[in-house]
Each structure stands twice: as C-alpha cells, then as structure tokens.
Write a protein that binds this ligand. Sequence first.
Ligand code: NAD
Length: 522
Amino acid sequence: LQATTTAASSSTQYPTSHEQINQPIDTQNWIDNKLVPSKTDQWIELHDPATNNLVTRIPQTTEEEMKQIVESAQKAFPGWKAQSVLARQQIMFKYCALIREHWDRLAASITLEQGKTFADAKGDVLRGLQVAETSCGITTDIPGEVLEVAKDMETRSYREPLGVVAAICPFNFPAMIPLWTISIATITGNACVIKPSERDPGAVMILAELAEKAGFPPGIVNIMHGSAKAVDFIIDEPLIKAVSFVGSNKAGEYIYRRCAEQGKRCQANLGAKNHAAILPDCNKNHALNALAGAAFGAAGQRCMALSTLVFVGETKDWAPEIAERANALNMNGGFEKGADLGPVISPQAKKRIEDIIASAEEEGATIVLDGRGKKPEKYPNGNWIGPTIIANVKKHMRCYKEEIFGPVLVCLNVDSLDEAIELINDNEYGNGTAIFTNSGATATRFQKEIEAGQVGINVPIPVPLPMFSFTGNKKSVAGGGANTFYGKPGIQFYTQQKTVTSFWKSEDAVSTRAKVNMPTQS
Ligand code: NAD
C-alpha cells in the first residue's frame, strides 16, 4: 500500500457508494497542519463493514512519532493561548462554515468506514457541528467574576487553558465525539491531540484538514493514530494535561484509573444499557415508532440506543406490533436510498451479538424477531444482523447484563411503575432512560426517582444539545460524572481557574510596622 493522502481530496471527491475504493491508501498522522506518513511497521486494516473490502490501513504510530506530535502541540500552545478570545472565535466561525460546506463529504467517510446510513452520518456530523457552533459563544461563557472584597482590594477570577489536551475516541460517532474536544479545547486556548478510533478515523482526518483551512495555527489540532499503546502514551506523557475518553467500560475504567494515578484530569463517558418504560396510557403509535427507531437506528450502535424495553402491565402484548415496525426497517448499505440501518462494525462484533441472542434462547427468553442470517442481496459479505427483539427477558440473563451494542431490543415485563423504577435503578448503568406515558404526574415521578443522567419523557434518545451537557450517571460515566462533556462543564474541564487579588491603596500607609496576623476584619 502506498502512503499517500486520505485527506487532501477536494470537497467534491468523496465516495458515494461502497464500490468506489479501488486502491486503498494508507492513513497518515496529521502534524503541524500537514499529513505525515508514519514509519511504523505495524498497521491496522480498516474494512468497510458493508462489504469487508479493505478501505485503508491505520498506523500504530511509533513512540518517537508520538513524542513529535505532542511536542508540536506544546510548541503551538503559547502563541494560541496569547491570541485574543475574539481571534480564536473568528477561526471557529470559519471552521463551522467549512464543516457545513463539507458536510456530505464528512458523512460519506463515516458511511464508508463506520457503516451507518448516509442520512444518519449527516446527523453525526451535525451534532458535532452544533458543539462547535455553540462554542463560539465563548465570549459570554468564559468571563470570570470580580468582587471588591475590601477597601481598595478586589479579587478577579480567570479561566486559563491547560496546555496540550488529548481525546481518545470511540468508533460509533466518528465526527461528533472528536468535535466535542476539538471545539471546546481549542476555543478555550488549548492545543489538542486527537486519537480517533482505529476503526474509522477518516472523518477526523477531514476535520483536521478543515481546521487548517479555517486558520488554526500548525500544532493546535494534531491527529495521532494507534490503539492501546497510543492510549498509554497519552496517559503517561507529562506534557498532556487532560484526557477526554469516550468508549467502553473496559478501556475507560482503566484509562480513568491510570490518569488518576498520574494526577491527570480525565473525563470518561462509558457504556450503557438504556431502558424505556412504556405505560398503557401512552400515545401508542408515537411510542412504538420511537422505540423501534431508537433501538435499531445506527444498528443499535449508539451509547444512547434504547436497548432495553420495560413493558408495564398490559403493554407486554404490544411486542408483536413493535416487531412489525422493526421488521419493516430496511437494512442495507448505508449509501443505498431508503436504508434505515447498516451493518455492525466488524465480523467480531456480529459474532458476539449473535452469541448473545443464542444465549437468550438457551436461557429461556422468547425471540420475537430474529435478525440472524438476514442480509441485503447486494452486500453478501457485510457484517449484517437484522433487527432482533427478545421478550420475556429476566435480569440474570446475559442479554440483559451485557451492553449488546447491536440491533437487539431486550424486553422485560413488570406490573407497575414502582417495579419499573426499581428495575431501572437496579441496573448498574445510568446513561439514559425514557418513559412513554400521557400522565404528567407519572412522568414527573419517574423523572424525580430515576437514576439516569439523561431522561426522556416521550422522547426516546434525550441527548441534550450543546448548551447543556452530556450527563451520564453510575457506571456510564467514570468518576461519578463530575467532568461531563460540553456545555459549561466542558469549558471547566479544559480550563484552570486562577484568582487574582489586588490592592491599590488610595491613601499613603500610616504605619511603618508590618502586620503578621490573618486579617480579622474587612
Ligand atoms: P472502545 O473502548 O473499544 O474504544 C474506544 C477507544 O479506546 C478507541 O480509541 C480505542 O483505540 C481505545 N481502546 C480500546 N481498547 C483499549 C484498551 N484495552 N486499552 C486502551 N485503549 C483502548 O469503544 P468502542 O467500541 O470504540 O465504542 C463503543 C463503546 O463506547 C460502547 O460501550 C458505547 O456505549 C460507548 N460510548 C459511550 C458514549 C457516551 O457518551 N457514554 C458515547 C459513544 C460510545
């Protein structure tokens, strides 16, 4: 394979089908606003999940190269910090405009590498763009406080950037999640090193190229490829002052712990098992559509997918109707017109999901809709699993205990709202939850008693827009959820507080004797 560019093509050149990759080209690192080929001899192959054709190879960046990447960011930091916030804001305005201009190209890269449908990939880009757009409000979001604390004395607070910060990203939102860091870290004056998922880094490469076009100085947005070794490097490198992680519990709990050992700032969003409680008094048509969309959209590979349905009372009889709607969804290559869901990310993921469905069968659950063995005619080699619904699930079953991260909806039955709340609160994850009801009183009780970070009332995927924060709970967020992504907490995460207390005496000092006690009056 030739080490040439995957990022330098013009905005009009991007794949519009799964067949277009004739000659795969190696992915490169992005350092000082330039593509830099890695000298590594270790590469990770990236295959299109719809065809399993080779798309590109990702370098396991060498230790020496990783050092260069961080040093480039460190070198760029003082100049960027010294720029006025208005200058940084102007660059971010341009960046937002460029992302919008290259929206289709970014989405196409996601569809090719990640597998989600083109329409859904456009949503992935938009949700990240909205964080970048909201970050432009930094001029009203970052000012500090000032108080005259004594005669001639005042205290002012400032938020200063940290230096070089890094993001370790998951495969399921290849544009949105890197933009959580790129936008907020840079507008607050930091330089960032992004380690995209090794399974779909194409969108980040385009985002880096657009950052250069927008006017980000060299080194402010660097891209470093790799997997576990690169992650360890990021955690252990003293020049990196903060780590943002989004991904599985297995990796995230390790990263959070190891950052804590180094005394390093870390924000980490982890796995999920999101429950929806469906009550007999809900708007049935709305609820069934919402549930099918939220369980099977993106082939269930969203951390906020509604993967667990809690039928309250007689709603358990609605399972066949949900199955009907799920079965009507069109599973196809993401570039195909009318595709509702694409493949799962890898053959290994497919196998694991199929094993979980089989375990549910063995443990006595009912397979209401079985997606195993289904595939679109045009793409026989992809990682396909059709929408699957498993009913009569019990808490001890593997399909309930594990995050499945595929197009599988598991359904449990309870008799009352109390039981639904108890069941949901008993689950170790707490990313999101939803209730479907037409009773305001029921919804309010649920909202107050439920232990999840994001609650939807007749809203299946209640991810807050960037003026709020991505609020997980329990095992879905490391460190008890103190450092959530974007919104005001996002700005706090990427900045260090400084307070300055100054004294400008308006009269001449009358005494020549120094005071040694803590002041006891103002
Ligand atoms: P993953 O943990 O496998 O990978 C995420 C990142 O961690 C990648 O960059 C990868 O290179 C790195 N990594 C993987 N294994 C590692 C290891 N052993 N040591 C060090 N680094 C490692 O996650 P994924 O499969 O890419 O993403 C899916 C997971 O992410 C799901 O669990 C999903 O719920 C979660 N997720 C959570 C949120 C959220 O906001 N809560 C959002 C998106 C995805």
